[in-house]
Design a protein around this ligand. Structure first.
Ligand SMILES: [Zn+2]
Length: 234
C-alpha cells in the first residue's frame, strides 16, 4: 500500500512522505503535519559510555581482554578482604577460559575476624595476623568449583609466597599471572621462585594497558546526563 511506512532491516522506519499520524514508536518519527524525518540517523546512533562517545553501529573496541578481565576479577575479589594493610585477590582459570576458583586473604572459616589480630608488627608474633590469615591463593584453590585445578592458570595481585607456591604446585596449577612483585627480595619470594622453577610452573608479570577499570552501577540505566541511552536497546 502506498500509505504504509516500511520498517527497514535496521529497525528504523522508512518515511514514504505520507502526512498521517505515524507515531508508532516514540523515538523514530515526528508526527503529522510536520516534515517527517527519521530521528535515528546513523549519526545519532551514538551515546556516551563512561564519558566516551561510542558508535552503536560498530563492535566495541574497548572491551576487556582476557588477561585484563581475569586480573580485574582478582582485584574485585580483593575488595572483600578485611585486612587493613593488604588486600589480595586470586582468580583461577581453566584451559577453556572459565573461572573455576576465586579467593581473597582472610581469616579461616569459623574463626572470628574480630577476635584475631590484623597487625603486621607486634612484640609477640602471635599478636600479628601472620600465623592466622589465609592467603588469597589458598582460598582460591580451596574454593574451586571444579573437581581439580590441574593445568589451570592463577591470576593473582601479588607474586605468591613460598607457602602458596607449594599449594600451586601440589594442586597442579601450571601458570601464574601476577601483578606486583614488591616483596621480590624477601626469603619467602626467593624460596617461592626456587620451588616454582623446579616444578616448571610458569610465572609472568601482567602489564596492564589501562590503569583503571571502572564499575559504574548507574551505567545500565539511562540517566539525565546520558539522554541518548534511552533511545537504544541492547
Ligand atoms: Zn602466600
Amino acid at each position: 500500500m502506498a500509505t504504509e511506512n516500511r520498517q527497514k532491516s535496521d529497525g528504523c522506519i522508512e518515511d514514504n512522505g505520507n502526512s498521517r499520524d505515524i507515531m508508532d514508536t516514540p523515538n523514530r518519527k515526528r508526527r503529522v503535519g510536520e516534515v517527517t524525518e527519521n530521528i535515528a540517523t546513523p549519526e545519532k546512533k551514538t551515546c556516551s559510555s563512561n564519558g566516551r562517545r561510542v558508535d552503536l553501529n560498530k563492535k566495541r573496541s574497548d572491551y576487556l581482554e582476557w588477561d585484563e578481565y581475569f586480573m580485574a576479577v582478582a582485584f574485585l575479589s580483593a575488595q572483600r578482604s578485611k585486612d587493613p594493610s593488604s588486600q589480595v585477590g586470586a582468580c583461577i582459570v581453566n584451559s577453556e577460559k572459565k573461572i573455576v576458583g576465586i579467593g581473597y586473604n582472610g581469616m579461616p572459616n569459623g574463626c572470628s575476624d574480630d577476635k584475631l589480630p590484623w597487625s603486621r608488627t607486634a612484640e609477640d608474633r602471635l599478636d600479628t595476623k601472620y600465623p592466622y590469615v589465609c592467603h588469597a591463593e589458598l582460598n582460591a584453590i580451596l574454593n574451586k568449583n571444579s573437581s581439580d585445578v590441574k593445568g589451570c592458570t592463577m591470576y593473582v595481585a601479588l607474586f605468591p609466597c613460598n607457602e602458596c607456591a607449594k599449594l600451586v604446585i601440589q594442586s597442579g596449577i601450571r601458570e601464574i599471572v601476577f601483578m606486583s612483585d614488591k616483596y621480590r627480595h624477601t626469603p619467602e619470594m626467593t624460596a617461592s621462585r626456587r620451588l616454582l622453577d623446579l616444578a616448571g610452573v610458569k610465572y609472568t608479570q601482567f602489564v596492564p594497558k589501562r590503569k583503571q577499570i571502572t564499575i559504574n552501577f548507574d551505567a545500565i540505566n539511562p540517566t539525565v546526563t546520558n539522554p541518548l541511552a534511552s533511545i537504544a536497546s541492547p
